[in-house]
Design a protein around this ligand. Structure first.
Ligand code: DQQ
Length: 490
């Protein structure tokens, strides 16, 4: 890989041709998602440069097109008119030998600098990580790197080691502000704050926020800082916890962030990581995250692809000031054949006769009744030997994606680690599971508030069943609606 990085090997590379050439190979892969964004082949991780530009949504992403594994990172690029149907574009950015990004073009953002699309990303040069800039003259397709890269000569004094990467950038009047993720001497993570009159010249101010004091080797990756209503939110991905955390708080007059509450973004397992948010032209705060694999490295290398982008998730605050995660309504454009099920009691396990599939949207509302746990069964074989459960435990108030039986060839894979806050239902309060199942991908929004994701790899072609369950008593299904979803690439 090293020998290829930086030799402009991608100038002739076409993502469209690559996708077409591999279509047949991947058609027989039962785990490859049909409607979540995924590159033509090989490795994807963080969403980058997400922006709504002249009516099109641009999604750049960390990409290793040479192997289904992390490697020398480039920026892949795709565009969508509607958030769900994507067109591949050429590789946007690749390392240049002998420069600040000779070892990789890591995560970053795209900004509108007075009409000039401007990218700020982390250039990796050996172990050194510093911000670099590039601009586009052709509507975000090709990018010219700034000859003065890197933009900052060295990380601030307080930074431990060489982790100094990923960017969140906003404007206040005539001044740009930039937060860069890092880890501090003595432990803990931080987002270091800089200011600039023009995006090219930066002055270090102080940490915007530092936390996890004393936690060794903690690094805050992929910060995203933004205002929502009368609050400010900071999302960071914590290397020590391996999941993203969302802080809600105040942004003070002296440019410091003071959290008032914090919560993990994903109540499922440690699949969702490195999310990036942006405001679209309708004023919505949207987010994509990287859905990691939940299988072994050998397996994803052999599959020829690894990692998937989440669906577009909208972030809002409710009246209680809690962060709510819902799927952007544009996902309804994916809906195909519909099935509906009316009110019915649920006790034990019950597979639905007329609903099957591995690529579905499901909208199910339950009342907990006397059950101690209840929820949905997905990807079930007819004998139930293979199945995955989306569970709400009424006693502990916790959610989980129970993947302990999701594949017959392994035990206990990808069980959710439930460090999350509990979610207490009030008497008579219903629980809505809004689920997107896309072969190996599960994404769920519960009660239009909590987000969960998971990855599963059933081994049986007949693991297509959908069902309901309740344990320890009787729950009620108020209503279930489901839609089949086809491929977005046809
Ligand atoms: N991925 C990028 C980094 C970032 C990490 C490298 C998070 O910029 O910190 O691919 O997944």
């Amino acid at each position: 890989m090293e020998d290829l990085a930086g030799q402009n090997v991608y100038s002739q590379w076409s993502a469209n041709e690559e996708r077409a050439a591999l279509k047949e190979k991947f058609a027989s892969d039962p785990h490859r998602p049909l409607y979540h964004f995924i590159p033509p082949s090989n490795w994807i991780n963080d969403p980058n440069g997400v922006i709504h530009w002249q009516g099109q949504y641009h999604l750049f992403y960390q990409y290793n097109p040479l192997a289904a594994d992390f490697g020398v990172m480039l920026w892949g690029h795709a565009v969508s008119p509607d958030l769900v149907h994507w067109t591949d574009l050429p590789i946007a950015l690749e390392p240049t030998p002998g420069t600040a990004d000779s070892s990789g073009c890591w995560s970053g953002v795209v900004l509108d600098n007075g009409g000039v699309p401007t990218m700020i990303y982390t250039g990796k040069n050996g172990h050194v990580e510093l911000p670099c800039l590039a601009t586009s003259q052709d509507n975000l397709i090709t990018w010219d790197k700034y000859e003065g890269n890197p933009l900052i000569a060295a990380a601030p004094e307080e930074v431990a080691g060489t982790d100094f990467r990923d960017h969140t950038i906003w404007r206040e009047g005539a001044t740009w502000y930039q937060g860069i993720g890092t880890g501090l001497k003595g432990g803990g993570g931080a987002v270091m704050l800089f200011s600039s009159p023009d995006l090219y010249h930066w002055t270090y101010l102080h940490p915007l926020y530092s936390g996890d004091a004393g936690v060794e080797r903690e690094v805050y990756e992929c910060p995203s800082f933004f205002q929502l209503g009368d609050k400010h939110l900071l999302i960071i991905s914590s290397t020590s916890r391996s999941y993203p955390v969302c802080y809600v708080g105040k942004y003070t007059a002296d440019h410091r962030f003071e959290p008032e509450s914090q919560d993990r973004v994903d109540y499922g397992g440690n699949i969702f990581y490195a999310p990036q948010t942006f405001e679209d032209t309708a004023g919505r705060r949207l987010m994509w995250g990287w859905l990691r694999e939940g299988r072994s490295r050998e397996e994803h290398r052999a599959a020829g692809w690894a990692g998937v982008m989440s669906l577009p998730i909208q972030i809002t605050l409710n009246d209680a000031g809690q962060v709510c995660y819902t799927f952007a309504p544009e996902t309804q454009a994916l809906r195909g054949a519909n099935s509906e099920f009316g009110e019915q009691p649920v006790s034990g396990d019950h597979l639905l006769d007329t609903l099957q599939g591995d690529s579905l949207e499901i909208d199910a509302v339950f009342l907990p009744g006397t059950a101690s746990s209840f929820g949905l069964i997905l990807r079930a074989s007819p004998d139930g030997a293979e199945q995955t459960r989306l569970v709400y435990d009424t006693t502990s108030g916790k959610f989980s994606i129970d993947a302990s039986r999701s594949r017959n060839d392994q035990e206990g894979v990808n069980d959710s680690s439930l460090e999350a806050e509990t979610y207490t239902l009030q008497p008579d309060q219903s629980l809505r599971f809004h689920v997107f199942l896309d072969r190996s991908v599960i994404e769920v929004s519960v009660n239009d508030r909590v987000y969960l994701s998971g990855r599963i790899y059933p081994t049986r072609a007949d693991s297509q069943g959908v069902g309901l369950f309740a344990t320890g008593g009787e729950a009620t299904l108020k209503k279930l609606e489901a839609w089949q979803i086809g491929s977005i690439w046809e």
